[in-house]
Design a protein around this ligand. Structure first.
Ligand code: DP6
Length: 379
């Protein structure tokens, strides 16, 4: 197997501010020969990493810089322990192109192009021109409308960096993951995570705001539709500025961020619920008033949102809703109320499938799965 030359790894320790638009410039920094970062070196240029999906309480919608994914506002999420992506990356001089398998099958062109772009950014950062074999598996069904780009790009980033024999600190891993998918920046640190918008590549990263045992929240996801969304988040972010409501949403986001942080710190569910629902509604108001307008809610989504408010106000369940760029409703509740929430959702319609998750940890390096080596032997 090839070794990526250790002395050529570019590692942390740079504070240069950069606000331009060209990703390659920031990633071609002066090389630092930092041997301490080789602690996690893999002997054969293969490494695996696991990262969790996350659900945002304060949403990321719209970018100030699309190429660098510098968001219009700071956001805050919780990692989802029970929904994760496991990715193995193998750098090799025997490869002439990058390859990507998702859930054991070769990936389609769109996913492959996006992953190659991210690998290009990683190659510049890691100072290597080797190609990579990427094998990625989700433990949740693809196309269930549960976002996978956050866990996918977080796991890819950590696996690729580790396989190269390099260790980056959490902050830089988060900035690198952000280049692949904005929300992936939040899947690097553990627990309840804040992504500071920042104004440069280096200053836009996520970090833990509160440990996962701070609050026993559960995300009970009502799967309303399994259909692939027509307009994905990346295209959606580009339309956000066409809504007259986006400036008002962005300007007031800091206030909601503060409120949610206080609510989590004090385990104040009422304040939490009010703020999380308002933030989700505001993002969808922006989506619906953009050009072209984006309507992600379906009749069943609305029925669930109304029911959730009713359960909170009349049935004293500690539950609130939030929706991403799709019709599925994330019902965030206290762990003790999760069985009741799931039962009530099932009672609304037999069409609703349910996926649940507790608060999760951060991205971690794991042993290369036996299944990966087995797949290689048969392919
Ligand atoms: C509605 O991170 O999926 O889920 O940066 O283009 O990959 P890209 O977008 P993505 O956007 C997530 C949008 C959201 C809200 C959120 O998770 O904050």
């Amino acid at each position: 197997m090839d070794r990526v030359q250790p002395g050529h790894h570019t590692v942390r320790g740079r504070q240069r501010q950069w606000t331009g638009d060209n990703v390659s410039n920031i990633l071609k920094e002066p090389k630092v020969d930092n041997r301490e970062c080789l602690l996690m070196a893999s002997p054969d240029n293969i490494a695996s990493a696991r990262a969790h999906s996350n659900i945002a309480f304060i949403k990321y919608w719209g970018n100030r810089n699309h190429k660098l994914r510098l968001p219009a506002n700071s956001s805050l999420s919780m990692n989802l322990a029970d929904l994760h992506t496991t990715t193995t990356v193998e750098w090799s001089s025997a490869l002439t192109v990058d390859s990507l398998a998702i859930n054991g099958s070769p990936a389609g062109e769109t996913a492959l192009v996006r992953v190659r772009q991210h690998l290009d950014a990683l190659r510049r950062r890691l100072n290597t021109d080797l190609r990579a074999r990427v094998d990625s598996t989700n433990n949740f069904p693809m196309g269930a409308g549960i976002a996978s780009s956050a866990s996918a790009f977080a796991a890819l980033t950590l696996a690729a960096v580790t396989a190269c024999g390099t260790a980056l600190d959490e902050r830089e891993l988060s900035t690198m993951a952000r280049l692949g998918s904005g929300s992936a920046a939040r899947s690097i640190p553990p627990g309840f995570v804040e992504w500071r918008a920042g104004d440069s590549h280096e200053s836009s990263y996520a970090e833990t705001f509160a440990d996962r045992d701070r609050w026993d929240l559960v995300d009970v996801i009502a799967i309303v539709s399994r259909r692939h969304k027509r307009i994905g988040s990346s295209a959606g972010h580009r339309t956000a500025d066409s809504s007259v409501l986006q400036p008002a949403r962005v300007e007031s986001a800091e206030t909601r961020l503060r409120a949610v942080k206080i609510a989590i710190s004090e385990r104040d569910f009422e304040r939490f619920a009010r703020t999380v629902e308002e933030d989700s509604n505001l993002m969808h108001a922006v989506m619906m008033t953009s050009n072209p307008p984006l309507f992600y809610w379906q009749p069943l989504s609305l029925a669930i949102m109304e029911s959730v408010r009713h359960w909170r106000e009349s049935d004293a369940l500690q539950v609130c809703y939030t929706l991403d760029a799709g019709p599925n409703v994330h019902c965030i509740c206290r762990a003790s109320d999760a069985p009741a929430v799931a039962a009530k959702l099932r009672a609304i319609s037999p069409e609703i499938d349910i996926v649940q998750s507790r608060v999760g940890g951060g991205a971690t390096v794991i042993p290369v799965p036996v299944s990966y080596r087995a797949r290689l032997r048969v392919s």
